[in-house]
Design a protein around this ligand. Structure first.
Ligand code: GLU
Length: 420
């Protein structure tokens, strides 16, 4: 496997190119493809931090602002030891596509800091979060660039960052960050709503395929908050979760797994392999190769690649993580007849609720969890139907059509604004 194929940014670019080559680009500016294939701006910085023991450490960090033709740059902040410049570029590209495919007036961006937050004390984490805002706040504003949580970043971190930003600009500015706790301008219904979106997408796509969600078996890779909440909601819809894995390993029972117990284990910072009911324990990656109706990769990028795609036996895959399947694997899975509900549609509930939060912060008037649910449901049904109908008409994958829908909207905005 060449390294290039594992590079998330190359993957994102090749997904754009594939859609571009298929779509009708007669009225497109020829340099659009080139422009949309790179972030508008990338900021790379070093954050020095004094640790609790008095020593100093330097944390490299990035901010990629991919595209803002449809609205402010929008996207999460990742704290992870494997963060790289190219990963952040890829994630910012997917954010632009995601916001366009669900038709919200936002662009795409992403932040990343190379750090293992589990090795920091709570005070070190707070200082690092604030230091990052101090270094970057001139590039932020609710109408310019609005970050949010991503892997390993929490509502508490968003509250610190929003607080730091508000102090620096001398104005309480809740709309500067989304994904905040309720006490600091967060949105009602966030936890449930992001997972709920995935359930709605799956339900709708199965319905459009004249199938039903009831009785389906589910394998879940990654037992983070969004994945587990979604699994709980799926169980309510009579889906059977038979496989779950986290970085410590995987558990399997062909009849069912007790999601409540697994949630408790995770809350207590344990692995799913500490599960006490009857289950087979296997290697974490094996979850990708089990026979099941629906496979949900909910961990990191590049999980299903050209090397292992042929081993996948699921009937349908829904990407809850960003970029878990490489373009090479896409081809292999398509040949095997395995459809993929792509990340930019399937996990968009996260940014959709961020959008609702940002609107509420702007108007300083807050909606109920029921309002959020209702708004969310309407948006997802429209977005899923739009992608599904066009993929059906034109016999290509959901991913390609999701990208085409997004690219058409972004091109229109760039053209009308005179950027092209
Ligand atoms: N990090 C999330 C994502 O990848 C949410 C981003 C946001 O809400 O801005 O979609």
């Amino acid at each position: 496997m060449s390294e290039k194929k594992q590079d998330a940014f190359e993957n994102a670019r090749s997904q754009i190119k594939k859609a571009y080559d298929i779509m009708n680009t007669d009225n497109f500016q020829e340099w659009f493809l080139e422009l949309i294939s790179v972030p508008k701006r990338i900021i790379e910085l070093q954050i020095p931090l004094q640790m609790d023991d008095g020593s100093f450490k330097i944390f490299p960090a990035f901010r990629a602002q991919h595209n803002d033709a449809r609205g402010p740059f929008k996207g999460g902040i990742r704290f992870h030891p494997d963060v790289s410049r190219n990963e952040v570029k890829a994630l910012s590209t997917w954010m632009t596509m995601k916001c366009a495919v669900i038709d919200i007036p936002l662009g795409g961006g992403k932040w990343g800091i190379i750090v293992n937050p589990k090795e920091l004390s709570i005070r070190e984490l707070e200082r690092l979060s604030r230091a990052y805002v101090q270094a970057l706040y001139k590039y932020l504003w609710p109408k310019t660039d609005v970050p949010a949580p991503d892997v390993n970043t929490t509502p508490q971190i968003m509250a610190w960052m929003m607080d730091e930003y508000s102090k620096l600009v001398w104005e309480y500015t809740p709309g500067s960050f989304t994904g905040k706790p309720l006490s600091s301008g967060g949105s009602a219904g966030r936890g449930q709503a992001t997972a709920q979106w995935g359930v709605y997408v799956l339900d709708k796509i199965l319905e459009l395929r004249n199938d039903s969600i009831k009785g389906k078996t589910l394998c879940l890779q990654g037992a983070g908050n969004a994945g587990l909440t979604m699994a709980k909601l799926m169980v309510e819809k009579w889906i059977k979760v038979i496989w779950i894995s986290d970085s410590g390993g995987g558990i399997y029972n062909k009849e069912w797994l007790d999601i409540e117990e697994i949630s408790k284990l995770k809350q207590n910072k344990k692995s799913v392999t500490d599960y006490t009911w009857d289950a087979e324990k296997l290697d974490a990656k094996e979850v990708l190769y089990k026979e099941c109706d629906v496979l949900i990769p909910a961990a990191l990028e590049n999980q299903i690649t050209g090397d292992n795609a042929s081993k996948v036996q699921a009937k349908l895959i829904m990407e809850l993580a960003n970029g878990p399947i490489t373009p090479e694997a896409d081809e292999i899975l398509a040949q095997k007849g395995i459809d993929i509900i792509p990340d930019i549609l399937a996990n968009a509930g996260w940014v959709m609720v961020s959008y609702f939060e940002w609107v509420q912060n702007d108007q300083n008037f807050y909606w109920t969890a029921e309002d959020i649910q209702e708004k969310l449901k309407n948006r997802i049904l429209q977005s899923a139907e739009n992608v599904f109908d066009r993929a059906q008409e034109n016999k290509t994958t959901y991913r390609v059509w999701a990208f085409i829908v997004a690219l058409e909207r972004i091109h229109a905005a760039m053209k009308d604004r005179g950027e092209l």
